[in-house]
Design a protein around this ligand. Structure first.
Ligand SMILES: Cc1ncc(COP(=O)(O)O)c(C=O)c1O
Length: 396
């Protein structure tokens, strides 16, 4: 069910080998199936159910009415870069010069592509904890790099160990790519975990691409910004954005920060492929950073309520789930059902109309788990748990 079409040899000649080598998405057909079904409770897609707070939208509408319909500076409007700089200083005491060390991107998606294209040559290896966000491998491969997954396990709550990273360092290793709080597991890293990683990065002279898009969505464990660790700012590309904490997925807006030499390399890619991030979205984002804190806090409190419900629910059903301390995902083990994660997700969808994502779509270490996004209203989560309970009950 999940296999994608493979082009015939003659058609394949029309395509780049680099693109063909990228594995087809393990979940695309699954989402197509959902689109054609009625009554599905989707815990599949990783995006907030909340609408963008009205005042952010109003700021964009005002900007449009004021004629802000042109390209901006390639770097983004100065006010937004200043606001990002002040925001990171306030939260993490890390300082970036708005004039030369920050670029406004079309989401962290673009930031990932800029980071890999600016730093990798053909054959350079990038170490990344497995399971990993689905775009990480393609972003490395599209830049000609070699993606090297580093196993993590539920016993360590899917936090990567520095020694496991170091064991895979070779003369070709160029970068470490980390994302925390993590998609798909909801795991986050402690300051000590990160200090150990920083030590490896420094000793082997590695770039660290740190995807911190979920930094605001943490529950009881404060977020440590990688660039704030001693000596790390100079080798870190810090990616952040608005999609998750500010409920702004459709606006396509984020930021990338790096020391000037690295940022200038990223700018060479950004200015030719994007030019500048969407102008109205930049004004909405500016409002979000300047005046959106209450909205963020309210959404985080609601996610936390849902998180407790779903994690308790899975554990009660015998689907062992460690406590995710960040993002909005739970990652229970489904091994007790005797099903593979693909079969579990497919049958749950067909029999009970609940969509979750098979864990192995995020790398080998995700096998035997499913990802459930709890950015859905509480009553839907309750109903989903009941349906999953019926489904699991039939397997025992
Ligand atoms: C870990 C991670 N990084 C980046 C992205 C992409 O974010 P954006 O909407 O800012 O492009 C996502 C979206 O799901 C994500 O989960």
């Amino acid at each position: 069910m999940f296999a994608d079409n493979v082009p015939s040899p003659a058609r394949a000649d029309l395509l780049s080998r680099r693109v063909q080598a990228i594995p087809a998405s393990g979940i695309r057909r699954f989402f197509e199936l959902i689109a054609n079904m009625e009554g599905v409770i989707s815990l599949g897609v990783g995006e907030p159910d909340f609408a963008t707070p009205q005042r952010f939208t109003d700021a964009a509408v005002r900007a449009l009415a004021d004629g802000e319909t042109h390209y901006t500076s390639n770097y983004g409007i100065p006010e937004l870069r200043q606001a990002v700089s002040a925001h990171l200083d306030r939260l993490y005491s890390v300082r970036y010069d708005p004039a030369s060390e920050i670029v406004v991107t079309t989401g962290v998606s673009e930031g990932l592509l800029l980071a890999t294209h600016a730093t990798l040559d053909s054959g350079d290896e990038v170490l990344c904890p497995d399971p990993y966000y689905v775009a990480y491998l393609p972003c490395v491969a599209l830049a000609g790099g070699v993606f090297v997954p580093v196993p993590t396990d539920p016993e360590n709550e899917f936090r990567v160990r520095a020694e496991d990273i170091e064991a895979r360092v070779t003369p070709q290793t160029k970068a470490i790519l980390i994302g925390y709080p993590a998609n798909p597991t909801g795991a986050t890293m402690t300051r000590d975990d990160l200090l150990a990683l920083a030590d490896v990065a420094a000793r082997h002279n590695l770039v660290v691409i740190s995807d911190e898009i979920y930094d605001r969505l943490t529950y009881g464990l404060p977020h440590t910004c990688f660039a704030s660790l001693p000596g790390m700012r100079e080798r870190t590309i810090l990616l952040g954005g608005f999609s998750k904490a500010y409920a702004m997925t459709g606006w396509r807006i984020g930021w990338a920060c790096a020391p000037t030499d690295i940022l200038e390399a990223m700018m060479k890619v950004h200015q030719y492929i994007i030019m500048s991030a969407p102008t109205p979205a930049q004004y909405a984002a500016l409002e979000a950073l300047r005046n959106g804190e209450d909205e963020v806090q309210a959404m985080v409190a609601e996610y936390d309520r849902r998180r407790r419900l779903i994690v308790d629910g899975f554990n009660r059903l015998g689907l062992t789930c460690f406590e995710p301390r960040g993002a909005f995902y739970a990652f229970p083990s489904i091994r007790s059902t005797g099903l593979s994660d693909h079969d579990f997700a497919e049958r749950l969808l067909l029999e009970e109309k609940v969509a979750v994502v098979p864990g192995s779509a995020f790398g080998e270490c995700g096998a035997g788990h499913v990802r459930a996004c709890y950015a859905a209203p509480i009553d839907q989560l309750e109903e989903a748990l009941q349906r999953i309970g019926r489904f699991v009950g039939r397997r025992r």
